[in-house]
Design a binder for this molecule. Structure first.
Ligand code: GLP
Length: 276
């Protein structure tokens, strides 16, 4: 089984570091501490944030650190990963609204600290190009949080998205619309068909990628991401191309990993100063 281990090393670390934690709260705490450490060194860091249920423990843990004075996030900047097309910005389920509620307000940041694509633009293509440009002008994302779809999507890059893609419009799969209907009163008809998402090539430009996955429903996607081939059919497998990618999983999401014991061993023996 360990015959493949030499292939997953890069610069002295596995190309994707997998950290197995006991539960979602522990994952949230670990990642929030990495974000806090980044902000201590770079107070105006650009934090790439994701939506969905999975990252909520990260945002809660980071807000608690801000409240306790463990970190000052007052100069932090926040960049959006993806957005529904056609939902007005003030719609409670537009990702702009979700991120205002879940990230900006708890961290005490105002909208000036935020950049995101315009999901209501008449010229969607121009809005996508403008967003890639805005990210570059902001100096690039320092740490990009990611969740993962049950089909391996990151952002809204559905299976078979180009691994070199830039921010663009995408059509959601039926499965993703079913998964996301819970945010729209369980009514799939209310879930938009189209979205703007940072492309995989755009996401790979962030300096550190941190993906959190929790629950058994993500176990197949996690195994394909870190132990499968780099393939567009599993968009998250593009993390293997990044020099600093961290995948944090709870026991359930780790349950299909063949190298789980190896991942536990490397993390347990990692020097403390290295962080994630
Ligand atoms: C949506 C978002 C993704 C997120 C995914 C999983 O599709 N665009 O960024 O990773 O949902 O969401 P959850 O964490 O709720 O399972």
């Amino acid at each position: 089984m360990f015959g493949c281990v030499p292939f997953i090393f890069q610069n002295g670390r596995p190309s994707v570091e997998v950290v197995i934690v006991s539960d979602a709260k522990a994952g949230g705490e670990l990642i929030a501490e990495a974000m806090a450490e980044l902000l201590r060194h770079k107070p105006d860091a650009l934090l790439g944030v994701a939506t969905g249920s999975t990252p909520l423990p990260i945002y809660q843990a980071l807000a608690a650190k801000v409240d306790s004075g463990a970190v000052d996030a007052s100069r932090a900047r926040v960049a959006q990963l993806d957005e529904y097309v056609g939902l007005p910005a003030e719609h409670p389920e537009s990702y702009r609204s979700v991120l205002r509620r879940e990230v900006l307000e708890p961290l005490g940041l105002d909208v000036d600290a935020f950049i995101g694509p315009d999901g209501t633009a008449e010229d969607v293509r121009a809005a996508c190009e403008a967003y890639d440009k805005a990210l570059a002008e902001a100096g690039g994302v320092d740490l990009q949080l990611l969740g993962i779809g049950t089909d391996g999507h990151i952002g809204f890059n559905e299976p078979c998205s180009s691994l070199a893609s830039r921010t663009r419009i995408k059509t959601l799969t039926e499965q993703t619309r079913v998964d996301n209907a819970r945010f729209f009163e369980g009514d799939i008809e209310q879930v938009p068909h189209h979205v703007i998402t940072q492309g995989i090539g755009t996401i790979l430009e962030a300096r550190h990628l941190v993906l959190l996955a929790t629950g058994e429903g993500k176990a197949d996607a996690v195994a394909a991401t870190v132990e499968g081939p780099i393939a567009a059919v599993c968009p998250a497998s593009a993390l293997q191309l990044h020099p600093h990618a961290t995948v944090v999983v709870d026991e359930a999401a780790a349950s299909k990993l063949k190298l789980a014991d190896y991942f536990r061993h490397t993390y347990a023996n990692k020097p403390d100063w290295q962080g994630i």
